[in-house]
Design a protein around this ligand. Structure first.
Ligand code: DX5
Ligand code: ZN
Length: 234
């Protein structure tokens, strides 16, 4: 929410055969956070990596590890991921059978372990569902594509959903980091930053760039300028 801009490359777009080198590369080239996409082939059609990967990543990562869980049964699986370690863990609102009771439980489990709690919404889930929980979260992850794959196009109108979340937080008198994930590049970052997002996941726009350092710096620069300008007018 109009905070310091942070760049979070998604290693789903890295080479799985050269993962260690790709992680060292983004750490040297200006990333702030390492975004890890965990997919179970059930909550989303794709299958990616799991607990052993996250555990080993935490051993080598110099930057904070941000785990985005796209999995069913988050309450059952969460202890495993908490044990693997993370700076932040994101669960999907839509993954809970009973979100009203399940999400507070997940937040409590994460906070008890000293891990930042984040809830994510798919593009068609109303922002209003966050109202009961948002004050207890460190971050909201607003999906700007349907979760499951990197390389998709940004869904227009996500910026309005971010603005709605900012309005809700203003009304409730709380602050939350707003991460946006899917199709973020120098072409789309300004509109989401102007709306109030401050943590930008970059998958393909980072790893397929001729120079990832330049790509990350450009998104940071454009995002910071658009965010600062919008914050002044508030
Ligand atoms: C999609 C994942 C994203 C994805 C982003 O389900 O959550 O993190 O890897 O990739 P790009 O930036 O290419 O859309
Ligand atoms: Zn993600």
């Amino acid at each position: 929410m109009y905070g310091d801009i942070k760049i979070a490359p998604s290693i789903l777009s890295a080479s799985f055969m050269r993962m260690g080198e790709d992680i060292a590369m983004i750490e040297q080239k200006g990333a702030d956070i390492i975004h890890v996409d965990v997919m179970d082939g059930h909550f989303v059609p794709n299958l990616s990596i799991g607990v052993p990967f996250v555990k080993d990543l935490n051993k080598i990562a110099k930057l904070p590890v941000d785990v985005h869980l796209m999995i069913s049964n988050p309450l059952e699986e969460l202890p495993w991921f908490i044990n693997a370690g993370a700076w932040s863990i994101t669960v999907h609102y839509e993954a809970f059978e009973e979100p009203e009771s399940g999400i507070p439980q997940a937040i409590q489990m994460l906070h008890d372990a000293g891990i930042r709690a984040c809830v994510s919404l798919k593009p068609d889930t109303p922002v209003e569902v966050l109202r009961p929980f948002v004050k207890d979260l460190e971050m909201v992850l607003m999906m700007s594509v349907y979760p499951g794959f990197s390389g998709q196009s940004y869904i227009e109108g996500t910026e309005d959903r971010i603005a709605e979340l900012v309005g809700m937080c203003d009304e409730l008198g709380c602050e939350v980091d707003i991460q946006v994930d899917g199709g973020i590049s120098e072409k789309t970052v300004e509109r989401v930053a102007a709306a109030g997002a401050d943590i930008f996941v970059m998958g393909s726009a980072c790893f397929t760039a001729a120079d990832p350092q330049v790509a990350m710096a450009r998104v940071r620069e454009l995002g910071a300028a658009a965010g600062a300008q919008a914050a002044e007018g508030r």
